[in-house]
Ligand binder design. Structure first.
Ligand SMILES: [Zn+2]
Length: 145
């Protein structure tokens, strides 16, 4: 899909940050860029045309918001989540698998709780393994308990 970023917006961004957009994510089928990755690897949020109109902004007055540092909690919204995960990964944060839901989670999504389980391996041996528990699973447990 062709990505639409107005010439004015691009110029504004370049003058403001000295950076270019190297990657963009578009929302829905409008083709309008919402999240843009700059040449220094940071992501910014570009307001939609509707937002700009609603607030009476001109493109020059719109401030792109820097998004997500390493260690930030996960955001709502799929596109935002993808960007957030990329930032975490780029900063060297490693995902670990939650022992309850089996999803891979970044350290800030883990509760600090650890569960221990026993695996049987061939030859009748048993191996104790520990796995972290994510915040979602911990919350479910608290609600149920
Ligand atoms: Zn979990």
């Amino acid at each position: 899909m062709r990505c639409l970023i107005g010439e004015k917006k691009l110029r504004w961004l370049r003058e403001r940050t000295g950076l270019d957009i190297v990657k963009a994510m578009v929302r829905g089928n409008t083709g309008h860029a919402i999240l843009c990755c700059l040449s220094d690897g940071s992501w910014i949020h570009l307001p939609s045309i509707a937002e700009i109109k609603r607030n009476g902004w001109t493109p020059e007055a719109v401030d792109g918001e820097r998004m997500f540092e390493a260690g930030d909690p996960p955001p709502e919204g799929y596109l935002e989540w993808c960007v957030w995960a990329e930032v975490q990964q780029r900063n060297g944060l490693q995902q670990e698998r939650c022992g309850r839901c089996s999803l891979y989670r970044f350290p800030q999504e883990l509760s600090g709780e650890v569960i221990e389980s026993t695996l049987e391996v061939s030859g009748g041996f048993e191996v104790k393994v520990t796995s972290p528990v994510c915040l979602d699973c911990e919350a479910v447990e608290v609600r149920d308990g």
